[in-house]
Write a protein that binds this ligand. Sequence first.
Ligand code: IMP
Length: 446
Amino acid sequence: MANVVVLGAQWGDEGKAKITDLLADEADVVVRCQGGCNAGHTVKHGDDVFKFHLVPSGMLYGDTQCIIGNGTVINPQVLLNEIEALQGKGYNTRNLKLSNRAHLTLPFHTDLDQAQESALAEKKIGTTGRGIGPTYMDKVGRYGLRIGDLYESEAVLRERLTQILDIKTPLLEKCYPHLPKYTVEELLAWCQSFAQKLAPYVADTVALVHEALDKKQSILFEGAQGTLLDVDYGTYPFVTSSNATAGGACTGSGIGPTQIDRVIGVMKAYTTRVGEGPFPTELNDEVGKQLLEVGQEFGTTTGRPRRCGWFDAVIAKYSVQVNGLDGLAITKLDVFDGMSELKICTAYRNRETGEMINQFPSQLRALQNVEPVYESWPGWQSSLQDARRYEDLPVQAQRYLGRISELIGCRLSIISVGPERNQTILLENPIKGGKRTLQSAETVIA
Ligand code: IMP
């Protein structure tokens, strides 16, 4: 059994939760490693549909240990709401553990996120408004509050909150005088109200992860957001504030790279993005509208319509590189049912000079100045929703997938043809498949 990272290989919303939920069946432990309640992971089980923001997508398996790792940022009310919703439907939540090293999103972080976005006006990032950036900013600035701090003595907690407010209050008052002001005593009461409710879940999760490794249990590391939203590799500054790439699985959970056996990148068969920022294959036409409507492309956390476009092999190949992907999970292939023509962006062209660009540009201005170079592929007229084996797919779908795999240099592992668990073609099971050395990077080409 292998330790597998499942991450988003585009701009988030790739369908990671379905893939994680599917593989969690075989895993002993599932770990959320980064991000916070900006994430929206939809998991379906029979008639139950959950939109998880913080708890790992393996929560529906009562005996799978679920861990919210140290790399995450926690809005405690959101977490408690999710726990209550699960309990209300009879699901076991005793299998959930929250890292004592994770950082808390304090009330002023959310206020600040929203105020900064308003101040940026048309230059805004289009954040989810959940306080994610300000929480990570304070973590890196070394004046964040960690879950473990909630369990210090009242005197120690009061001293820590005083230090934090001594730094934050003058800045907030100067820049955003209209925002609510918080006293040490108010924040202390806020902390104390959550400390007790969260207590059954709080643990040193680094130790838990290593216990699992020692027992040779298999661990699934669940990414949030996507590679192109990663603070280092994404379309900076139109990114989130954490490492959504494979490295984030290590720093966000307390393991080293040698303990990861496989890295599976989840990609939609097309591309979407929410929020602002460059998107070379974006379609502002009828096809874009069709993808939005058929794919039901609305943000899980904010309800915003997602921007839609053709599959971009330049970003997908870059994702393979920066994550060391050795397997692809392609989702929402069925959204193309009935379309006569499909396009794949194989390269970019500089709009001014005509220069061909094959490597994903690091600078925003360069990216804003490219146009996609497309290859055209025939679509199919039948429905894919009942396909359960690769051979069940029409030859046009096989060719489309094969071309993607070939262009980006990564094998296909999983193909999703609908929202249900069973609407999946499992070409290999990465968890059962074992160590990386047993896998080759061969492509599946029809
Ligand atoms: P933040 O993470 O709320 O700071 O938002 C920064 C950017 O990341 C914005 O463009 C958001 O729309 C985007 N983003 C954050 N979380 C997600 C997600 O789970 N899926 C897709 N986009 C996200």
